[in-house]
Ligand binder design. Structure first.
Ligand code: 3HC
Length: 311
C-alpha cells in the first residue's frame, strides 16, 4: 500500500539512510536542523576572532602562516555550513541578521579571552579537539548535506588539533616560563572546552528529539566523556597537569568521568554575560559592515555574467 510522507520519512530514519533536501521532512525536523547548522556556522565565524588576535603577534613566520591557514579554514567551514543550512530553505541574510541581532547562539567557548601565545596551542588542541569529537559523530547525522559537510571539516580540524598540540609541546619543553605559560593556557581552556558538548543530558531539552531523528548520534555527556578520555594520555605526553583534580576513572564503564562543571558560568555566557560576548558581537557587526562592498561587488559581477549577451 502507498505510504504517506511521514511513513517514508520514518522509514529513512529507521534505516539509517540520509534525508536529502528534496525529501519530505517534518517542519520541526527542518527547524531544528536550521537552528543547529546555522549556530554551528556562527560558531566557526565568531571562532576566527580569538585566533585573529594573534596572527600579528605570532612568534615566527612559520607559526603566523599556520595560524592564517587555520583561521581561513574556519571561515570556509562557516560558509560550508551556511550553505548546508540554505539547502533547508534558510536564507544567508536571515541567519546573519539573527546572529547580529543577538538572537542566534554560537559556541560559548569563543567568549573567553586568548591571553597569551600558548592560548593558540590550547585552542587548537582542546577546542578543535572537542569540536572533532562532536563532528566525527555528526558525520553520521541523518541530514545528507550536513553529514557530508562534516567529512571535509573533520579532515581540516585534525590539522588544527595537531598544530595546537605541537605549539603546546614546544612551550612545555621550553624554558620554565614557557612551560608555565602552556600550563596556564590549558588551565583556562580545559573546562570551557567541556561545555562545548552542551549541558548534561538530563538538562538538554533538544537531545531526546534530536536523537530520535538521528540528528544527534551520541549524547552530550557521552561525547564529553570520550573527549576527556582522549585528553588523559595527551596531557601526559605534553608533560602538563590535567586541571581536573576530581577526574576519576570508572572501572565499570572503563571511561573517565570529568570533575564538576560550573553550569552557572555556562548559562551566564549563553545569556550573553560572558567575558567577551559584547566584544565578539561588536567585531562581528563591524566586519559585516566593512565587508558590504565585497558582497555588493560580487553580486554586481554575478549579475553581469547573467546579463552578458551569449557569444
Ligand atoms: N554554546 C552555546 N550554546 C550551547 C552550547 C554551547 N557550548 N551547548 C548547548 N547550547 C545551547 C543549544 O544550542 C540549545 O539552545 P537552543 O535550543 O536555543 O539552540 C541549549 O543550549 C540546550 O542544549 P541542547 O543540548 O538541548 O542542544 P543541542 O541538542 O542542539 O546540543 C550541541 C548542543 C551539542 C552544541 C549541538 O547543537 C551540536 O552538536 N551542534 C553542532 C556542533 C557545534 O555547534 N559546534 C561548535 C563548536 S565550535 C566549532 O566547531 C569551531 C571549530 O572550528 C573550533
Amino acid at each position: 500500500p502507498p505510504r504517506d510522507d511521514q511513513q517514508v520519512f520514518d522509514a529513512l530514519i529507521e534505516a539509517d539512510s540520509r534525508v536529502e533536501p528534496r525529501d519530505w521532512m517534518p517542519d520541526a525536523y527542518r527547524r531544528t536542523l536550521v537552528r543547529q547548522i546555522s549556530q554551528h556556522a556562527h560558531s566557526e565565524i565568531i571562532g576566527m576572532q580569538p585566533e585573529a588576535n594573534w596572527i600579528t603577534r605570532a612568534p615566527s613566520l612559520k607559526r603566523k602562516a599556520i595560524l592564517i591557514a587555520k583561521v581561513q579554514d574556519e571561515g570556509g567551514h562557516g560558509l560550508y555550513l551556511y550553505s548546508a543550512a540554505q539547502t533547508l530553505g534558510a536564507s544567508r541574510e536571515d541567519m546573519l541578521d539573527q546572529l547580529h541581532a543577538g538572537k542566534a547562539r554560537y559556541s560559548s567557548i569563543f567568549n573567553y579571552p586568548a591571553r597569551t601565545w600558548a592560548d593558540m596551542g590550547a585552542i587548537g588542541w582542546l577546542v578543535d579537539g572537542a569540536a572533532i569529537c562532536n563532528q566525527v559523530a555528526l558525520c553520521r547525522t541523518s541530514y545528507g548535506p550536513y553529514a557530508r559537510a562534516m567529512v571535509r571539516i573533520c579532515k581540516e580540524e585534525s590539522f588544527h588539533q595537531r598544530q595546537g598540540f605541537e605549539i603546546l609541546l614546544a612551550l612545555s619543553r621550553g624554558t620554565e616560563e614557557q612551560h608555565q605559560m602552556a600550563q596556564d593556557a590549558v588551565d583556562r581552556w580545559y573546562r570551557p572546552a567541556l561545555m562545548m558538548f552542551g549541558p548534561p543530558d538530563a538538562e538538554s531539552p533538544n537531545s531526546r528529539q534530536s536523537m530520535a531523528w538521528k540528528i544527534k548520534r551520541v549524547s552530550n555527556d557521552e561525547l564529553r566523556r570520550r573527549f576527556v578520555g582522549m585528553c588523559v594520555p595527551q596531557f601526559e605526553a605534553l608533560g602538563l597537569t590535567m586541571p581536573d583534580p576530581e577526574l576519576r576513572f570508572d572501572e565499570e564503564t572503563g571511561q573517565w568521568e570529568p570533575g564538576p562543571i560550573d553550569w552557572d558560568e555556562f548559562h551566564e555566557i549563553l545569556a550573553g554575560r560572558g567575558p567577551l560576548n559584547a566584544e565578539r558581537m561588536r567585531r562581528r557587526r563591524a566586519a559585516h559592515d566593512e565587508g558590504a562592498w565585497v558582497r555588493d561587488a560580487a553580486a554586481a559581477y554575478a549579475r553581469k555574467q547573467t546579463e552578458r549577451p551569449a557569444p
